[in-house]
Design a protein around this ligand. Structure first.
Ligand code: UDP
Ligand code: MG
Length: 311
């Protein structure tokens, strides 16, 4: 089966050639023919130049989709899938943290198991700081509680799947993309293959802690509306509490003659309820903002250039 290797690249100048060579040496003789789809996600370094020289010199089909600016890895994956022509598609990062040997194993697994549509690399132990790993675990527990879609902790974007699954993913042309959710929302049978991530060959991760937090909120907003319901319920509960308190105050005044309740109570209530209101408004705003952007039907990415070495 013809395989497309899709590689999102953002400032990976020193990595693209070693990755290309490693994938070629691993896949040659082991897989049927394969093509590369590189996405240059608005890199500011020599990534595009290096990709062009790979495209010119490669004996395998190579496509390079170059974005007009940085649109993010999710958009890069989307563009890669749009340009992939294989019966099987492998997503792999450019930084060599993921050993291409696994692609061979994934393809073998799919060949042996016709019922299986996708093989995803699954990392049991995260090779990162304890705090980051802790936050990620918490995030997965939270989103799994809130959403009907299943999010597998440790499952990565490093995966190989059939063209039918690719078509389903491309049907989801939403602007705010959260691929971990998209992969499981479309369904299909997925096998989680244990793997160990390597160290990055060169450069640093593009994911700062702040970026990860924003991504986590995007994921929740994209795959569940439960936070909206929570704010309704909290509103109901506080209103009920307020009603009870009003009755208590009236009884105090008329039955016991206690007048002018404490200053502290009022300040605390104003601050607490004010905070809750702003929080609820913020949650509503998150959804509204996403709806607003989506309603503009902006493209997921803009390609400035698409190169191919196909004769
Ligand atoms: N990437 C991208 N656009 C971005 C950020 C990252 O295409 O805006 C690519 C990056 O070049 C790499 C992959 O996505 O090939 C994974 O990024 P990174 O290694 O920074 O993430 P990590 O492995 O730390 O999760
Ligand atoms: Mg990486």
């Amino acid at each position: 089966m013809f395989l497309s290797v899709v590689v999102p690249c953002f400032n990976e100048a020193d990595n693209v050639l070693p990755l290309y060579e490693k994938v070629c040496s691993t896949l040659e003789n082991k897989a049927d023919d394969f093509e590369f789809v590189f996405i240059n996600d608005g890199s500011k370094d020599e990534t595009l130049a290096n990709l062009k020289s790979i495209c010119d010199s490669s004996s395998h089909p190579v496509k390079v989709v170059s974005f007009s600016r940085n649109f993010g890895k999710e958009a890069a994956i989307y563009a890669g899938l749009e340009h992939a022509e294989g019966d099987l598609i492998s997503l792999i990062d450019a930084d060599l943290q993921q050993d291409p040997e696994y692609i061979v194993k994934m393809v073998e697994y799919l060949n042996e198991n016709p019922d299986c549509d996708c093989v995803a690399a699954f990392q049991e132990e995260r090779r990162e700081g304890a705090f980051r790993a802790f936050c990620k675990r918490r995030f997965y527990r939270l989103i799994n509680k809130l959403s009907d879609t299943e999010f597998v902790d440790g499952a990565s974007d490093f995966r190989t799947f059939r063209a039918s699954m690719k078509d389903a993913i491309l049907e989801m042309s939403e602007y705010h993309r959260f691929s971990k959710g998209i992969f499981s929302w479309v369904g299909f049978n997925t096998y989680y293959m244990p793997y160990e991530a390597e160290e990055r060959l060169s450069g640093t991760t593009k994911w700062s802690f702040g970026k990860l937090c924003k991504y986590a909120i995007d994921g929740i907003v994209a795959f569940t509306t439960v936070p909206l319901k929570i704010s309704t319920w909290v509103g109901c509960l506080t209103s009920l509490g307020a009603l009870i308190y009003i009755i208590a105050v009236i009884i105090e005044k008329f039955a016991y003659g206690i007048d002018v309740p404490g200053y502290a109570t009022i300040v605390i209530l104003i601050l607490f309820l004010g905070g809750l209101q702003l929080l609820a408004l913020g949650i509503n705003g998150e959804y509204l903002a996403k709806t607003y952007i989506q309603s503009k039907h902006r493209p997921v990415y803009i390609a400035k250039e698409v190169l191919s070495n196909k004769k």
